[in-house]
Design a protein around this ligand. Structure first.
Ligand SMILES: [Zn+2]
Length: 277
């Protein structure tokens, strides 16, 4: 491994050895200063070394898990495979085999940060409007908790808190019963459009969402679908819709945008269907 001197390596070995014996003594419920002394019976010393062996392998397993997590966090902040391989003392290909899926995470994180800096305030306002106008239930309670999490989290953790809030917001916006009254209806519809837009803007796989065979769900319409809509009477399956038919459908109560094929599309379609007063 690059970047670690022999002296530091010796320090690591000493620290790991101390940790292993601390754990071994805990496993055997021994005094804090107990160790494999030569005046002890062989059977006792044997137990100590076996416990030390168990501890050392547990430390190795934990280090593997923590190393994977460190590689992930580094990748999210811009480390590429050559840099991760360098730090891990392996080739770029070796690092990719050991921790696949880390390429592009930095881009995804940047996309998330960009979306939240553009839309974060609107999202939070919209969640508050839904919380204020909808009937209380377990889904809303979960979403309320997420808002608290966002407000209490450190800047470094905020992206994760936002991710969780999006999942809950999507569940509320799509699964909640049709809200009573136009204000509640508008808030829920906008929340659905916002979450659809967030996923369209953040996902690195948005191109995979667009299937070649997809056409507008309205009979005989030849136009290209740009969003997917859901209404309680559709059952489980969202229906693809072109812009014109999406706007028309969204003017019906309880219709929601559940996915968008491009960023910004969900919000512009929603705004056309529900012009601000
Ligand atoms: Zn159409």
């Amino acid at each position: 491994m690059e970047g670690m001197s022999d002296a530091h390596r010796t320090d690591v070995t000493t620290a790991v050895e101390q940790l292993a014996w601390t754990m071994a003594r805990k496993m055997l419920q021994l005094e804090p200063d107990a160790g494999p002394r030569s005046d002890l019976p062989d059977a006792d010393v044997r137990q100590m070394w076996l416990a030390a062996l168990t501890s050392l392998l547990a430390i190795r397993d934990s280090a593997e898990v923590l190393a994977a997590s460190a590689a992930l966090s580094a990748a999210q902040r811009g480390a590429d495979y050559p840099a991760i391989g360098d730090a891990a003392g392996m080739t770029r290909q070796g690092a990719r085999r050991k921790w696949p899926g880390l390429a592009g995470l930095s881009d995804e994180r940047q996309r998330k940060l960009r979306w939240w800096s553009r839309r974060g305030d609107q999202f939070i306002q919209c969640v508050r409007a839904v919380l204020a106008t909808s009937e209380e239930g377990p889904r809303l309670a979960a979403l309320r908790e997420r808002l608290d999490d966002i407000e209490q989290s450190s800047p470094a953790q905020r992206i994760d808190a936002f991710d969780m809030a999006l999942v809950d917001a999507h569940t509320v916006a799509v699964g909640a019963p049709a809200p009573a009254g136009p204000t509640a209806e508008r808030a829920s519809g906008l929340l659905a459009a916002l979450t659809a837009d967030a996923y369209a803007a953040m996902s690195s796989h948005s191109s995979l969402v667009v299937r070649e065979d997809l056409v507008c769900g309205t009979d005989g319409c030849p136009s290209e679908p740009i969003v997917e809509l859901w209404r309680p009477d559709f059952g489980d399956r969202p229906v693809p819709a072109c812009r014109e038919h999406a706007v028309e459908a969204l003017r019906q109560p309880a219709t929601r945008i559940v996915a968008a094929h491009q960023p910004d599309v969900a919000l512009s379609v929603f705004a056309e269907a529900h012009p601000a007063h």
